[in-house]
Design a protein around this ligand. Sequence first.
Ligand SMILES: [Zn+2]
Length: 260
Amino acid sequence: MEAAVKSVFAAVGGWKPVIGAGVFVLLFAGERLAAAAPRPHIRHRMIHNLGLWAIVLVLSPLIIAPLTAYGANHLLWTRPETMRVGAILVADIVLLDLWTYWMHRAWHRVPVMWRFHQVHHFDEFLDTTSAFRFHVCEVIASALLRLIPITLLAIPFSHVIIFETVFICAVMFHHSNLRLPAGLERVLSRIVVTPSIHWVHHHAVQRDTHSNYATIFSLWDPLFASRSGTQRRPEMKIGLESVEDKPLLRLILTPFMRKA
Ligand SMILES: [Zn+2]
């Protein structure tokens, strides 16, 4: 039984890019058929998002994937075989999501980290492509810092891969402009981060930018007092207060410039 569960996990891991691409296509099409907010015409927005993603995509097999594999092979202890795989997998996903919540708070609150994370927040509208708009240094640093809970808790590589698959699907979903039935979104938002929660994190009002940090599970913000009281509105201004988006090269260089 355990071997069967393990082989399912391994298969999910191997299918990670396929699952990610499939969810991307569904959300990308869905938000065009049923949009929650009117799509403004912002030139080069998608080029910025996909351009930043292309850099991550090129460097991922060279840096990020080997980092994760290195961590998985240098765990501080070995979990006993008797630990039940299914329940432990859920616990690992919850713990890695909790780690991600505090990392996201740090990316906002530590000035040198904010220099990199603000590149994500310069986006003046949101859709599925916003999920890929991250500075490559933030992606590498996040993968490096994630090795701390992975090695301390001896999280198996297969669990990390499954977490990453759930994580990327969650990030695409909560950035998407998909219009969900109000009742469904209300029920979903009690468990997972929905667009209505995460769009407030991108509201161009400083108080809201520094709130709603959760990625997969929505409980962390109410639990740690970082949930904004703002309700998402379709005409809500997205981006950073009094800051405009920048050309692609500036986005890459801006964290290193004197005035970021
Ligand atoms: Zn953020």
